[in-house]
Design a protein around this ligand. Structure first.
Ligand code: SF4
Length: 705
C-alpha cells in the first residue's frame, strides 16, 4: 500500500461468522479490501461476499440521500429537511400513542443494526414510548436457537469458539449449508479435515449441498424429521454405551425421561420416518460416540420451523448426553445468519427481552432496567414479534411501524399478507440506505441512513466475539448514522436528557454498565479498550479481562440448579399439511453470492455472475411426472400465492422436496419471483420463528397464455 493510503479495521457486515477486514482507502477515495490475518475468526481469509464488500460500499447510485415524506399514499414522496421529517414522525407517534396507547406503534429492526443502534431503539421503545413492540428480522433466523440454549443451558449462550473447530474430531452439521452461507467457517473445516483425515463430518440435509463435499455421511432426511433423527442417534449412543454417564449424573437433569422418550421408536422405525437407511444413522451415531471432541453446527434448517425450539433442544441433547460441552473442541455452535444477530439479543432488541439478557417477565429485572433508564416502569406485556406485528398492522390494532435496515416485503413469510399490513398501516417509516428496498412503496416517511463503512460501532458474531467497526468514509447526501436519527427523534419526543450522547462511546459504555453482574457481563470493557483490542469474547467482567473463549468449563450451567437440562420433546412435525393439491414440500434458503434481499450484493457484478436469476430445484422424477424439463419456466403455487421461475432438475434434492432461493424481490425482478409469496406464516409457539422450511406447494409447467 502506498503511504497515501489509509488503512481501517472493521468486520464484514454480511454473515455471522464476523470476519475481520482491513479497508485500504486511497486519497481519491477508492477502497480495497483485505482479510485481516491477525483476526481470530478468519485468519486473513474472506469469502466471495467479503472480498467484494468495497464494491457495494463504493457504488452509491442507489442510495437514499435526503429525508422524504408524502402527505398521503396517493402523493409522491417529496424531499424535506431532517427537522420537518422528524417533527412529523414525533407528531404522528405522539398523536397515536395518546389516542390508542403505546402498543399502537412499534419498531421493526435488523440483525444488521449495530449494537448501539439496537440499544437506543430498544431504550426509546421499551423505556420511553412504553411498549415492548420492538422486534427484529433476527426473529426470522435465530430465535429458536435462543430459546433452545436458554432451556438447555439456562442462558442464550454459545459455549464455544471457532478456535474449537481445529480441536474437534467429529462434526454434525444439520440444517445448514456453511459452504455457501458461512464460507469461512467451512474453509476452516476443510483445512482441518485435510490436515487430519480421521476427522469425521456428518451432514444432515434434504438437499445434497456443497457442504456435503466434506461429508463422511450425508443423511438426506425428510424435511421435518430432525427430532426423530436426533432421537435415533441418541438411542444408538445409549444402546452402545457411548454416552458420558458420569457427566449426565453430575451435571444434567432430565436424562431418564429423555431415555424413555428416545426408546419409543426403534432405529428402523425412525429411519423409515426420516426416509433414511438405518445403517447411515448408525454410522453417524457411532462417529459421534467414538469422537473425543464433538461439535454440532446448525442454522436455519433447524431454527426456521414450527417445531424449531424442539429441534434445537433435541440436537443440544446430543452434546449433553455425551458430555461434549465446556471442554476443548466440543459443544453446540449455532451459526448466525446476520452479522449482529447476537449483539441485538445482548441489548434486548427483541419484543420479549430486556438489555443484558434480563427477563421481561421478571418484575425485578423490569425494575432494574426502568431505574437504570430513569423511567417509571417497563410495560410487563411482551411486545409483538415480527410476524405478529404485521398481523396487528393488518388488523388495525397497531397503527404505525418504523422499519430500520430491513426489507420485510421480501423477507417476511406470506409476503402478500405483509404487504396488505403495510398498506393498511396509518403510518410507515422506512429508515434505510437503498432506494431498491421494496418496502419503500408503503413509506409515508423515508429516512436516509448511513451504510456500513460510513459509521462506527460494535457488533457481536456467532462465537460471542464483540468487535469494533471503523468509520471509513462520510455518508452521501444528508444520510445519517441510524443512532443519530434515533436520538434526534427522541429529542423531538421531548426526551433529550436521556438521549443526549456526545459519542457512540457513551452509548456503548451506558450499555456495558447495565450488563454488570449478569452472565453476559462486559462492564470491564470500554470503547477505547475495544478499539485498541479490535475484538474480545464476552463475558469481560473486569478491566483487563482477556475475554472468555469457552463457557461452562467447570460444568456449572446458568440454570438455577447449575445443571444443564436434557429436555424430552415430542418428535411430531406440525408444519403445513400436504395434500393432493399441494403435495410437494418447499424449502427456501440462501445462495452463495447473494445476501438477504440483494440490496447490496445485487449491485456487485462479480457476485451476480454466480447465479443471475431465481430458480427452482426439483428432483427429475417429480419434474418428469409433471412434464417439466430442464430450464422450463414453472409456477410454484401454495395456499397463499404463486411464484414463477426457471426449473433446475437435480438429483441432489430429495424426491418430494423443492427448493427456492430466498433473495429475489419485486424491485429487482417481478412480483412472481418473490419466494415469500408462497411461504406460510406458521410460527414456533415459543420462539415465534416462522416455518420457512416446510411449505406445501404444487409445481406446474408454465404455459404462456
Ligand atoms: Fe463475510 Fe461471512 Fe464471508 Fe466472512 S464468511 S467474509 S463474515 S460473508
Amino acid at each position: 500500500m502506498s503511504q497515501s493510503t489509509k488503512t481501517y479495521t472493521s468486520t464484514c457486515s454480511y454473515c455471522g461468522v464476523g470476519c475481520g477486514v482491513k479497508i485500504h482507502k486511497a486519497v481519491n477515495g477508492s477502497l480495497q479490501i483485505e482479510g485481516d490475518k491477525s483476526y481470530p475468526a478468519n485468519q486473513g481469509m474472506l469469502c466471495s461476499k467479503g472480498m467484494n464488500l468495497h464494491y457495494a460500499a463504493m457504488d452509491q447510485t442507489d442510495r437514499l440521500l435526503y429525508p422524504e415524506m408524502r402527505g398521503n399514499r396517493n402523493m409522491p414522496l417529496q424531499r424535506v429537511s431532517w427537522d420537518t421529517a422528524l417533527d412529523r414522525a414525533a407528531a404522528v407517534f405522539k398523536a397515536l400513542i395518546e389516542k390508542y396507547g403505546p402498543d399502537s406503534v412499534g419498531y421493526y429492526v435488523s440483525g444488521q443494526c449495530l449494537t448501539e443502534e439496537y440499544y437506543i431503539a430498544n431504550k426509546i421503545t421499551k423505556g420511553f414510548i412504553g411498549t415492548n413492540n420492538i422486534d427484529t428480522n433476527s426473529r426470522l433466523c435465530m430465535s429458536s436457537a435462543v430459546v433452545g440454549y436458554k432451556l438447555a443451558l439456562g442462558e442464550d449462550s454459545v459455549p464455544l469458539s471457532y478456535d474449537d473447530i481445529e480441536l474437534a474430531d467429529c462434526f454434525f452439521i444439520t440444517g445448514a449449508n456453511p459452504a455457501w452461507c458461512h464460507p469461512i467457517l467451512f474453509r476452516r473445516l476443510e483445512n482441518h479435515k485435510a490436515a487430519n483425515p480421521h476427522v469425521k463430518i456428518i451432514v444432515a440435509d434434504p438437499r445434497k449441498t456443497q457442504s456435503c463435499s466434506l461429508a463422511d455421511v450425508h443423511l438426506q432426511l425428510q424435511p421435518g424429521t430432525d427430532i426423530v433423527l436426533c432421537h435415533a442417534i441418541a438411542r444408538r449412543l445409549i444402546e452402545t454405551g457411548k454416552i458420558d454417564q458420569a457427566f449426565i449424573d453430575a451435571h444434567t437433569s432430565g436424562y431418564e425421561a429423555f431415555k424413555e422418550k428416545v426408546f419409543t421408536l426403534s432405529l428402523q422405525e425412525a429411519a423409515d420416518i426420516c426416509v433414511l437407511e438405518k445403517e447411515l444413522i448408525i454410522q453417524a451415531a457411532d462417529m459421534i460416540g467414538d469422537s473425543q471432541a464433538f461439535i454440532s453446527m446448525w442454522a436455519m434448517g433447524l431454527n426456521q420451523s414450527v417445531i424449531g425450539v424442539n429441534k434445537n433442544v433435541s440436537l443440544l441433547n446430543l452434546s449433553l448426553i455425551t458430555g461434549q460441552i465446556g471442554k476443548p473442541g466440543a459443544g453446540p455452535l449455532s451459526l448466525t445468519g446476520q452479522p449482529n444477530a447476537m449483539g441485538g439479543r445482548e441489548v434486548g432488541g427483541l419484543s420479549n427481552m430486556l438489555p443484558a439478557h434480563k427477563n421481561l417477565l421478571n418484575p425485578a429485572h423490569r425494575k432494574e432496567v426502568a431505574d437504570f433508564w430513569g423511567v417509571p416502569a417497563i410495560n410487563e406485556k411482551p411486545g409483538f414479534t415480527a410476524t405478529e406485528m404485521f398481523d396487528q398492522l393488518l388488523s388495525g390494532k397497531m397503527k404505525a411501524v418504523w422499519i430500520i435496515c430491513t426489507n420485510p416485503l421480501v423477507s417476511l413469510p406470506d409476503a402478500r399478507n405483509a404487504e396488505a399490513a403495510l398498506r393498511n398501516a396509518r403510518f410507515v417509516v422506512v429508515q434505510d440506505i437503498s432506494n431498491k428496498s421494496d418496502t419503500l412503496k408503503y413509506a409515508d416517511l423515508v429516512l436516509p441512513a448511513a451504510a456500513y463503512m460510513e459509521k462506527e460501532g460494535v457488533m457481536t458474531n456467532s462465537d460471542r466475539r464483540i468487535s469494533y467497526l471503523s468509520k471509513v468514509m462520510e455518508p452521501p447526501g444528508e444520510a445519517l448514522p441510524d443512532v443519530d436519527i434515533l436520538c434526534r427523534f427522541a429529542h423531538k419526543m421531548g426526551w433529550k436528557e436521556s438521549f443526549n450522547y456526545a459519542s457512540n462511546a457513551e452509548i456503548f459504555e451506558e450499555y456495558t454498565r447495565i450488563t454488570k453482574g449478569t452472565n453476559i457481563d462486559i462492564s470491564g470493557l470500554s470503547y477505547a479498550d475495544l478499539i485498541q483490542r479490535r475484538s474480545v469474547q464476552w463475558p469481560v467482567p473486569e478491566k483487563g479481562h482477556p475475554g472468555t473463549p469457552r463457557l461452562f468449563t467447570d460444568h456449572t450451567f446458568y440454570t438455577p440448579t447449575g445443571l444443564a437440562n436434557i429436555i424430552s420433546v415430542d418428535s411430531m412435525n406440525h408444519s403445513e399439511k400436504l395434500d393432493d393439491d399441494f403435495p410437494l414440500i418447499l424449502t427456501t434458503g440462501r445462495i452463495r453470492d447473494q445476501w438477504h434481499t440483494m440490496t447490496r450484493t445485487g449491485k456487485v457484478r462479480k457476485l451476480n455472475k454466480h447465479i443471475s436469476k431465481p430458480f427452482l430445484e426439483i428432483h427429475p422424477e417429480d419434474a418428469g411426472i409433471r412434464g417439466i424439463k430442464q430450464d422450463d419456466v414453472v409456477t410454484i403455487e401454495s395456499r397463499r400465492g404463486d411464484v414463477r421461475v426457471t426449473a433446475i432438475l437435480t438429483e441432489d434434492i430429495k424426491k418430494g422436496v423443492v427448493f427456492l432461493p430466498m433473495h429475489w424481490g419485486r424491485m429487482l425482478s417481478t412480483d412472481l419471483t418473490r419466494t415469500n409469496n408462497v411461504t406460510n406464516n406458521l410460527i414456533d409457539p415459543v420462539s415465534k420463528e416462522p416455518d420457512y422450511k416446510f411449505t406445501a406447494v404444487q409445481v406446474t409447467k408454465y404455459v404462456k397464455p
